[in-house]
Design a protein around this ligand. Sequence first.
Ligand code: ATP
Ligand code: MG
Length: 159
Amino acid sequence: STTLVSEMLEEVADRFSFQLQQRKIEIVIRVEKGVTGLLLDRDKIDQVLDNLVSNAIKYTGDEGAIRLEARKIEKDMLEISVQDNGIGIPKKDLTRIFDRFYRVDKARSRNMGGTGLGLSIAREIVKAHGGTISLESELGQGTRVVFTLPIQQEEEDEL
Ligand code: ATP
Ligand code: MG
């Protein structure tokens, strides 16, 4: 059945509300007008969102900010982005960041927990749904991950 995109994003934020509060990280959600109900594999897309938001929290300092955005782009695609103003990723690591088990400089990720699988799983899920995922990052400035999903409207959908 259809998923309300705004509801889906609010619920991700809710799942992390304890960590967000503890770290005093602010989360802002923006859903473009006109993005309403979509047919999505909700469990899988939640897995992608949880991975991206957990990364954003892990690699952002206290009192940082995370922005979750959804909008329509050309050819009936939905674009969802997760942006943080955290530690960023060095240029030399960007090409390998979606590889399985790849983690930037063990020293900084050692005490963070995790296996380095999150982004590779996210990419597999997004690809399996006919979308793409990419990441841009500036060391010391922050990171933005963007993924797309084809929009399939349910027929006779009243939304
Ligand atoms: P897991 O997701 O399995 O718990 P992980 O978070 O280390 O472990 P990925 O999500 O695949 O693994 O991320 C790979 C690496 O990319 C991370 O170890 C981290 O170094 C870097 N990274 C990912 N997201 C961010 C981000 N938002 N800001 C800075 N670095 C990031
Ligand atoms: Mg991760």
